[in-house]
Ligand binder design. Structure first.
Ligand code: NDP
Length: 251
């Protein structure tokens, strides 16, 4: 056992959507702190695997489409067989944009099923194991739209507000069982998810003008919060939703 409260030596972290964007940066940050990584993705090749194994950590790639809950039991079983399941990062997520008057049921269901339903049932399946072990860390990747309304993203706002609520609920249910359930609310980060926003020059400038830090966030900006919430340094932090947004919500 390391004396460093931020060390993740000997831990296994399951990161959904760990092969791209924010999930990749979180997986690499957790590996830098000492964790072995189980990453789910729908794509075969993984730059994350290259980076994690270069750090001397073990890596297990699992193929899973989280639009349905069908793969969840298998994911959790395989993570446990790989070496345990100490940390779950519910990162996989999608966004659909359209005016609310035109929003389709398919765009509602896809986003809610991926961002909220699968996240809850992954927490449930992981939580059963963690409760039996008497310890565990669950980190949900929320959003500024866990706190704000936004426009033209009704299912996304509903999913991320719901995820914030579920974070608090699970924290209340499981805090006494040695489990910490918290969330990170990223601001505007440069990933594929936000490419269209950055390509729109006027919208990009509007966003930059409102961010106190004066820049978009990089995926690596989430690493510190993720390592903190995954480590014993956060043992008395429960039900928190930590903004990592360059000051956006403070404005
Ligand atoms: P990307 O589009 O770059 O990545 C999305 C991730 O989700 C990918 O790893 C993808 O995995 C996974 N994913 C999407 N759909 C599915 C699915 N049906 N089944 C399994 N995995 C899926 O987005 P980001 O990295 O930006 O987003 C990561 C998280 O951060 C999301 O929850 C997002 O809502 C949240 N967030 C992002 C912000 C930003 O500004 N970028 C701001 C606030 C929150 P793969 O394609 O490999 O299967």
């Amino acid at each position: 056992m390391s004396a460093n409260p931020f060390s993740l030596e000997g831990k296994v972290a399951l990161v959904t959507g760990g092969n791209a964007g924010l999930g990749q940066a979180i997986a690499v940050a957790l590996a830098q702190a000492g964790a072995d990584i189980v990453s789910t993705s729908r794509r075969p090749a993984s730059e994350t695997q290259v980076q994690v194994t270069a750090l001397g950590r073990r890596f297990l790639a699992l193929s899973a489409d989280l639009t349905t809950t069908a793969p969840i039991a298998g994911i959790v079983e395989q993570a446990i067989a790989f070496g345990g399941l100490d940390i779950l990062v519910n990162n996989a997520g999608i966004i659909r944009r359209a005016d609310s008057v035109d929003f389709t049921e398919a765009d509602w269901d896809d986003v809610i099923d991926t961002n909220l339903k699968s996240a809850f049932f992954l927490a449930q399946a992981s939580g059963r194991h963690m409760i039996a072990e008497g310890r565990g860390k669950i980190i949900n990747i929320a959003s500024m739209l866990s706190f704000q309304g936004g426009i033209r993203v009704p299912s996304y706002t509903a999913s991320k507000s719901g995820l914030a609520g579920i974070t608090r609920l699970l924290a209340c249910e499981w805090a006494g069982k040695g489990i910490n359930v918290n969330a990170i609310a990223p601001g505007y980060m440069t990933t594929d998810n936000t490419e269209a926003l950055r390509a729109d020059k006027a919208r990009n400038q509007q966003i930059l003008d409102r961010i106190p830090a004066g820049r978009w966030g990089e995926a690596s900006d989430l690493g510190g919060a993720a390592v903190f919430l995954a480590s014993s340094a956060s043992d008395y932090v429960n039900g928190a939703i930590i903004p990592v947004d360059g000051g956006w919500l403070a404005r």
